[in-house]
Design a protein. Structure first.
Length: 254
C-alpha cells in the first residue's frame, strides 16, 4: 500500500470502531457511568490500571472497585476512613490486590490534595510534545508516600523501557475529544498531538503487518517508532489510529 492508501484504509477503520458501540465490550464503559470530572478520571485511572487479561474479568472487577467506593470514587478518595478501605480486603485482579488498591486510594488523595489533581500532574510534565516523560514524573509523584514495594510494578515508567500501555490508554480516554461518544475530552490542557498509542499485542501485531512498526518487542522503543509512523498519518490526532489497530486485531483477527 502507498502511504495514501494506508491512511485511507486506517481512516475508514477508525470511523468503523470509534463509535459508541465500541463501549459495550470495552473497559471504557466504567468511567462512562459517571458525569463529574473527578469521578470520571479516577474511575478511568483505576480501570486502566487493571486493564490486562480477560476483558470480561477487567470490566467485572472494575465495577466491583466502584461498588466498594459507593459508586462515588472522588468522594471515597478524599474522605475514606481505614474502615472504608477494609472493604477492599478480598479484592484481587490477577496480581493487583487489596494491598495495591489501598495504596492507590491513598496516593490519589495525596495527588488531589497536594498536586492539583491528575490532569495537573500530567500537564506540568509534558516534554517535547510527548507525554512519556510526564508518565515517568507521574510515577515519581504517585509513589512519594511510603508504599509497598510490590505496588510500584502497577505503574509503568516509559523512561525505563516500558510501552506503558495502560497509562497511555487512560490518557487517550481523558484527552481525545468526546464528539464520537467514546473518549471523554475532559482534559483541555493537554494536546492530542502529545498522546501515544496504547501499544499491546493486538495493536503491535497489526502495526507490524501494516509496516508501521518493525521492532519486535512491545517496549518504549517500539512505541516511539509507532508514534513516529502514526504522526505522519495525522500529526494532530495520531492516537485515533488506536481504534483501527485494536479493532483490526481483536475483532477482525487481521
Amino acid at each position: 500500500m502507498t502511504k495514501k492508501e494506508l491512511k485511507d484504509f486506517l481512516d475508514i477503520k477508525v470511523e468503523q470502531y470509534n463509535r459508541p458501540e465500541f463501549i459495550e465490550s470495552d473497559p471504557i464503559q466504567i468511567p462512562h457511568t459517571f458525569s463529574k470530572k473527578e469521578d470520571i478520571e479516577i474511575s478511568a485511572f483505576l480501570t486502566a490500571t487493571i486493564a490486562w487479561g480477560n476483558r470480561k474479568s477487567i470490566i467485572k472487577n472494575a465495577h466491583e472497585m466502584m461498588r466498594i467506593m459507593g459508586d462515588s470514587p472522588y468522594n471515597f478518595v478524599m474522605h475514606h476512613t481505614q474502615e472504608d478501605l477494609e472493604g477492599f480486603n478480598s479484592f484481587v485482579h490477577r496480581t493487583f490486590n487489596s494491598v495495591d488498591i489501598m495504596f492507590f486510594i491513598k496516593s490519589l488523595q495525596n495527588i488531589y490534595k497536594n498536586h492539583g489533581g491528575l490532569e495537573t500532574v500530567f500537564k506540568n510534565h509534558i516534554s517535547k510534545n510527548s507525554l512519556q516523560p510526564a508518565i515517568s514524573s507521574f510515577k515519581s509523584i504517585f509513589f512519594e508516600l511510603p508504599h509497598p514495594k510490590r505496588t510500584t510494578k502497577h505503574v509503568s515508567d516509559p523512561l525505563k523501557g516500558s510501552a506503558a500501555k495502560r497509562i497511555n490508554m487512560f490518557l487517550r480516554w481523558m484527552v481525545r475529544d468526546a464528539s464520537t461518544g467514546v473518549d471523554f475530552g475532559i482534559w483541555k490542557t493537554i494536546p492530542t498531538a502529545s498522546l501515544s498509542c496504547p501499544l499491546d499485542v493486538h495493536s503491535g501485531n497489526v502495526a507490524r503487518k501494516l509496516k508501521l512498526l518493525k521492532r519486535k518487542q512491545n517496549d518504549a522503543k517500539a512505541l516511539l517508532e509507532l508514534d513516529t509512523s502514526l504522526r505522519k498519518l495525522d500529526p494532530i490526532d495520531p492516537v485515533k489510529y488506536d481504534f483501527a489497530l485494536f479493532g483490526l486485531g481483536v475483532f477482525e483477527k487481521f
